[in-house]
Design a protein. Structure first.
Length: 256
């Protein structure tokens, strides 16, 4: 029965063809697995060494190879440390690429601190703008924060900006009382300006729903905001502090 033998040869050629096409994929997979094994082994060794030598160390969220060969990055929250592959030497500091003139640690932390601006509940903020308002920024501020007052004064000098001011009363009970009065004011932005720019405390005018303040506190905790002012550009970039350089950075980023 010649046709049976012909079918056998045809199937054999087809199997060989399929195998030929699969070999590069299999080789790539094997290479990736082989490359991953040492990395996984190093991560395991590092975690074991830290657990033995630093039993009270905070929880490590991630361990991965650092940009510098032979060095590993340890991430705890949004903080970065470096360690050798044996878990013997721990480095606290910044990793600088002298050739590229880049602060690699700063770039990594900036990436970790970035948020999705569109996900912010802007309805829970006091809003004001100048000009076209095309530059957008969200600010978490405490009404009793001196740096926040200075930051607010500097923001007034920025043109074409929309500011979403999230009341974030973390300093004292008085901060919460003032935040409630501002939120319940007929003109919230005016009440905010009067306090921050003129030092005129707001007066509580009747009752209103102030659950927004608790939502802001929960949001700030989720975003890891521990101090004020903390700002976010529409790109998601985080800026902590109230220095003049921060305002300049704000303006440059917001232009894009």
């Amino acid at each position: 029965m010649p046709w049976v033998f012909d079918d056998f040869l045809l199937n054999l050629r087809l199997d060989a063809s399929v195998l030929h096409r699969l070999l590069p994929t299999a080789a790539l997979f094997a290479t990736l697995v082989a490359a991953a094994l040492p990395a996984q082994a190093n991560e395991t060794a590092i975690r074991k060494a830290i657990a033995e030598r630093m039993p009270n160390a905070p929880k490590i969220d991630e361990i991965r190879p650092a940009p510098m060969p032979g060095l590993w990055e340890i991430r705890i929250g949004n903080e970065i440390r470096y360690i050798d592959p044996t878990g013997t030497f721990l480095i606290e500091g910044e990793l600088i690429d002298l050739k590229a003139k880049k602060n690699l640690t700063e770039e990594r932390v900036t990436q970790l601190n970035r948020i999705d601006f569109a996900s912010l509940p802007l309805k829970d903020a006091v809003v004001w703008k100048t000009g076209t308002g095309k530059r957008r920024i969200a600010v978490f501020a405490d009404p009793n924060c001196g740096y926040c007052k200075r930051f607010e004064a500097d923001l007034q000098k920025v043109d074409n900006i929309t500011v979403y001011m999230f009341l974030y009363p973390i300093l004292s009970k008085d901060s919460a009382d003032k935040s409630k009065a501002i939120w319940c004011a007929k003109d919230r932005s005016k009440a905010w300006f009067d306090l921050m720019l003129k030092n005129v405390s707001p007066i509580m005018m009747g009752n209103c729903d102030t659950a927004v303040l608790q939502r802001n506190l929960e949001l700030g905790q989720k975003l890891g905001i521990s101090g004020t002012p903390t700002s976010f550009m529409r790109t998601g970039q985080r800026i902590v502090g109230a220095r003049s350089s921060d305002i300049r950075k704000l303006v440059e980023v917001a232009k894009n």
